[in-house]
Write a new protein. Structure first.
Length: 159
């Protein structure tokens, strides 16, 4: 299936969003509100444009809107988890996934989350083993999550 020019724009802007948010999370453990606002509005406009250009029937419109709406639940779930854990899970992670829902849709958003969790788990397991072997206390170290999404997100966009 050929990807339209607007689909290519969605992919390119998503990669820019992913890299920007991951860099901010790595550098300062926060993502600025401006990043969410700018890329969120761009995602809404691009996704809306894609639906206008590609959907010919009411069923296609409904499927596109349902996919995006369900994808928003991934971010909403992470925001709920952030509140439930006293912000041990960052609210920025939930906001990131809410914005990414405009670019990816439900199943790619879920795949991004699961892939990022797997890479983060592997890194943290290695960090724990390394710290135990060297008698270093690693429990107080906070790991930024969004950098683990970069290889997964790029893989999802280009595969």
């Amino acid at each position: 299936m050929m990807i339209s020019w607007i689909g290519r724009c969605l992919r390119l802007v998503f990669v820019l969003y992913l890299l920007t948010a991951a860099w901010q999370d790595l550098r300062s453990r926060t993502i600025s509100t401006e990043v969410f606002a700018v890329f969120g509005m761009a995602g809404i406009l691009l996704r809306g444009g894609q639906l206008l250009a590609e959907c010919r029937t009411a069923e296609q419109w409904s499927a596109g809107l349902t996919d995006t709406g369900l994808a928003l639940l991934v971010g909403a779930g992470l925001l709920g988890l952030s509140v439930a854990t006293g912000h041990a899970v960052g609210a920025g992670d939930g906001l990131f996934f809410m914005v990414s829902s405009f670019y990816l849709g439900l199943w790619q958003n879920v795949a991004l989350l699961v892939g990022g969790l797997l890479l983060c788990f592997l890194f943290c397991s290695g960090l724990l083993l390394w710290g135990c072997a060297r008698n270093i206390r690693v429990g107080a170290y906070r790991v930024p999550f969004l950098p683990f999404l970069v290889p997964v997100g790029i893989g999802l966009v280009w595969l």
